[in-house]
Structure formats: C-alpha cells, structure tokens
Design a binder for this molecule. Structure first.
Ligand SMILES: Cc1ncc(CN)c(N)n1
Length: 222
C-alpha cells in the first residue's frame, strides 16, 4: 500500500465529512444560496493567492529540475486558470479584480493559509506536499462526485466550478501531487511519516472549516 492510499483509507471518515458538507451538497443540487457562493469566491480568491505561493516554495525546495518545472507549472496554472475562474465569477457578481484582491480574509482563511505557509516554509518538501495535497485531491474528488449528479455540471452558476474541478487537467495535477508525496515518503522513518500524516489531517480538516465558514458567511466578530 502506498502512503497516499494509507492516508486515504485511514482518514476516510474525516474526508467524507467534507463531501457531505451542506455547501458541497447544495452546490450539487443547485440549491446553494448565491450569496454564500459569492462569499466563498472572494475568500477562495484570497486563499489561492497564498496557496499559489506554496508552489513557488515547492520550486525552491525541489531536488531536481523536473520537479522544479512541475511546481512552476502549478504556480502558473493556479494564477492563470484557477484564479481566472474566480475572476470570471467575480465579474458576474459585479466585483472588480481590485476589490477581490483587497478583500479582508476571514479568520478561517487566514488560519488555513498561514498554517500551510508555515508548514511549507519551515518543513521539508514532503511536509509542503502533505500540506497542499488535500486541497488538490479533495477538490478533484468533490468535482467528480458533483459532476455525476444529473444536470449539476450545467448549472448556471455552479456548473463552471464543477466542470473545472472534475476536469482531466485538474485531475492530472492532483495525481502528480499524489505520486510526489508517495515518492518523498518512501523510506522515511515512522516519526517523519507521522508528521506528514498530521499535516495532511490538519489541512483536510481546514478544508471542512473553509466550507463551513463560507456556508455561514463568517467574518471577524463585530
Ligand atoms: C479552500 C480551497 N482548497 C482547495 C482548492 C483547490 N485548489 C481551493 N480552490 N480552495
């Protein structure tokens, strides 16, 4: 069993909680209130700005040119493909790019991005990958699950989101990341594997908190 298979099997109950969050379920059924999706888009844009920095740090920490190039590609596709989805949604909501970039991160957005950046800056390349893998992997899994719901991928608002995250292109990036974590975990002492598992668990749980924050439209206390 590979390390990623082990993580997926062991953390299945935590993982499933993300899939069954009302935000995710209602995106699939088309019943999600647009205001919640709008709120999510803004926070997710801020999230992606920091998330993209993980790829830059991955390029810095890469042990060979091929891996460095893959991280550079991920940085490029996050900034130019994934974030352009958000920019297009923002335009539909009447939010300018400047407003988007200047929005205030919620406590959960800040905690999540700072946790990932801390792991990426202070840990090994394996720790950096363990931090970002749940983001890529869970979005791909959720995208595919929602795409199987009849009509969901054609929804006026949520269809585009579902098509992007269920796509082959997004899936191939997630698969590359899974393979890299398995490769980096090989031969590592148990103590280090435990640390990778802990980081992977934390960012999986942060994914849940992020859906929840968006569903509740939760900002700082007044
Ligand atoms: C919170 C979150 N997690 C993951 C992804 C997928 N890159 C995202 N856009 N936003």
């Amino acid at each position: 069993m590979t390390f990623s298979e082990y993580l997926m099997e062991k953390l299945q109950p935590v993982w499933r909680k993300n899939h069954s969050h009302p935000f995710v379920r209602e995106m699939g059924s088309g019943e999600l209130e647009l205001a919640k999706f709008r709120f999510y888009m803004i926070q997710d844009y801020l999230y992606l700005i920091d998330y993209a920095k993980l790829f830059a740090l991955g390029a810095v920490k890469a042990g060979d040119l091929k891996t460095m190039g893959e991280f550079a590609g991920l940085l490029h596709s996050t900034m130019n493909e994934e974030m352009s989805l958000h920019r297009a949604y923002a335009a539909r909501f009447g939010i300018s790019e400047n407003e988007l970039e200047q929005a205030e991160p919620s406590p959960v957005t800040l905690a999540y991005t700072h946790y990932m950046l801390h792991a990426a800056q202070n840990g090994s390349l394996a720790e950096l990958v363990a931090a970002l893998l749940p983001c890529m992997w869970s979005y791909w899994e959720i995208g595919k699950e929602l795409a199987r719901i009849p009509g969901a991928a054609d929804h006026e608002y949520y269809g585009e989101w579902i098509r992007m995250y269920s796509s082959e292109e997004f899936g191939s990036l997630a698969k590359w990341c899974i393979g890299l974590l398995d490769q980096l975990a090989e031969g590592k002492p148990q103590r280090e594997l435990d640390r990778l598992e802990e980081i992977f668990l934390h960012t999986t749980q942060f994914e849940y908190l992020f859906w929840d924050m968006a569903y509740r439209e939760e900002l700082w206390p007044e």
